[in-house]
Design a protein around this ligand. Structure first.
Ligand code: ASP
Ligand code: MG
Length: 441
């Protein structure tokens, strides 16, 4: 069995869905093809603004809701003109969305819960349209509800997967096919969304009097969904269809002459995702590595081209430096007020504050008298972080920086990237160079 994943950009218009359906059509086999789909285009961003408790919900709610409807009805009509049944299905999901929004309380302590109940409609609508279209097109497609098939705890916006229960539900579904003799050609399900295990969900049951809570796996989590399903089904491969030709050695937005990497070892892909490479969601590779399932990255624009594969390799091929750019960084340096040294006790306090506020450290370095960290400059979190640190330490900071990670560096490559900018922090290991430099010269 193979798993395909299509992200928002691959289904953002009627033409895009037609192209996606064509790719699916050309890959049908005797076993069902499992297809995981994200919300269409930028729908998740729009839905975030409809979450009760978000600032835009009050002021722009109505206009955004209309935009959501027009967008999806436009795509549906572009795929199959005047299909009343399809329009009805979309309207009924939108109606369910309205009812959901109306029952949620705009309290900040419910925000994460509210978020998952609302944004999940992006994937529900997209898969409903696509399943209908594929069936209309003669491809026997079963729509599967990921909220009932991917089980997580009730950590809203970042559900943690219950692997045993999830695998059990998938096994039960495939058994049903063999006993009832009716496996579909395509099993179409939503990326990103899941459902909380009932016993973990008592709190929500009692607060909201609901039987069921939707969870999500974190933004851009559809890749991870594809990996979860592949793991649970023991799939032969996963293919992520993207708008790039494969795994590139740098983000083409930052780099004029990128090189496509044909083969990437699992560990290398995990390292790159950790350093911030945005090609695949960071949690995706590990479950695939555990089962030895290869992950293909291919272009939905040139579906005939070969793309890249992450698998059981020792080295990347071709061997070339890999670059990861993180912009909008802030470098914070912390000094003890009492002129003591930076030692374990101070570090414990600093990490306690970082973990409490939820700030991820991208790079750190300590000396006898100071401790420096490079982090994403998220204004909400960083303001609080500086404030808390200041109660105990002297804090200095530098904004508008870029963190560049170079794997398989050479001095020549570093010089080219630095391009005469002053280096504010540098860390070098055998394979990896990391530098913090001002974004502009
Ligand atoms: N639709 C979700 C998002 O935009 C999940 C995904 O695209 O992977 O974050
Ligand atoms: Mg998306």
């Amino acid at each position: 069995m193979k798993v395909f994943k299509f992200g928002g950009a691959s289904v953002n218009s009627a033409d895009a869905v037609r192209n996606m359906a064509h790719i699916v059509q050309t890959h049908l086999e005797s076993e069902p093809l499992v297809v995981v789909v994200s919300a269409m285009g930028k729908t998740t961003n729009l839905l975030e603004k409809l979450v009760p408790g978000s600032p835009e919900c009050e002021t722009q709610g109505q206009a955004l809701r209309k935009q959501l409807e027009d967008y999806h009805l436009g795509i549906a009509n572009g795929l199959i003109p005047n299909d009343k049944e399809l329009v009805g299905k979309i309207q009924s999901l939108l109606h369910e969305l309205d009812e959901t929004i109306a029952t949620l309380q705009p309290l900040s302590e419910h925000y994460n819960y509210n978020y998952d109940q609302v944004v999940s409609f992006g994937e529900l609508i997209s898969t409903t349209i696509i399943a209908h279209y594929l069936n209309h097109h003669g491809i026997n497609t079963q729509w599967a509800d990921a909220r009932k098939l991917v089980v997580t705890d009730n950590h809203f916006r970042e559900g943690r997967v219950d692997w045993t229960e999830t695998a059990e539900r998938w096994r039960a579904m495939s058994e049903q096919w063999s006993t009832e003799g009716g496996a579909p050609q395509v099993l179409l399900t939503q990326g990103f969304i899941a459902g909380a295990k009932e016993e973990d969900d008592n709190l929500q049951f009692s607060i909201f009097n609901l039987q069921f809570s939707t969870t999500t796996l974190g933004r851009e989590g559809s890749d991870y969904s594809a990996a979860i399903l592949a793991y649970c089904l023991g799939a032969e491969s996963v293919t992520i269809w993207k708008d790039v030709p494969g795994f590139l050695n740098a983000d083409p937005k930052f780099f004029p002459d990128t090189v496509k990497i044909n083969e990437i070892p699992y560990d290398e892909a995990i390292e790159l995702a950790y350093y911030g490479a945005s090609v695949i969601h960071p949690k995706t590779v590990k479950p695939l590595q555990n089962m030895g399932i290869p992950l293909y990255i291919r272009s939905f624009i040139h579906p005939e081209a070969k793309g890249s594969v992450i698998g059981n390799y020792h080295i990347i091929s071709p061997e070339t430096p890999l670059y990861i750019f993180r912009n909008n960084q802030i470098l914070l340096s912390v000094y003890p007020r009492d002129y003591s040294f930076i030692a374990e006790d101070n570090l414990q306090v600093i990490f306690g504050i970082l973990s409490k506020i939820g700030v991820r450290v991208n790079l750190m370095q300590n000396s006898a008298l100071s401790f420096s960290i490079c982090v994403d400059n998220n204004p909400q979190l960083i303001g609080r972080l500086i404030e808390e640190l200041k109660s105990m330490f002297r804090v200095r900071y530098n904004e508008n920086l870029q963190l560049v990670t170079i794997r398989y560096y050479t001095q020549q490559v570093i010089d080219r990237i630095v391009a005469g900018r002053p280096i504010l922090l540098e860390q070098r290991s055998r394979l990896t160079e990391q530098i913090v430099v001002p974004l502009d010269k």
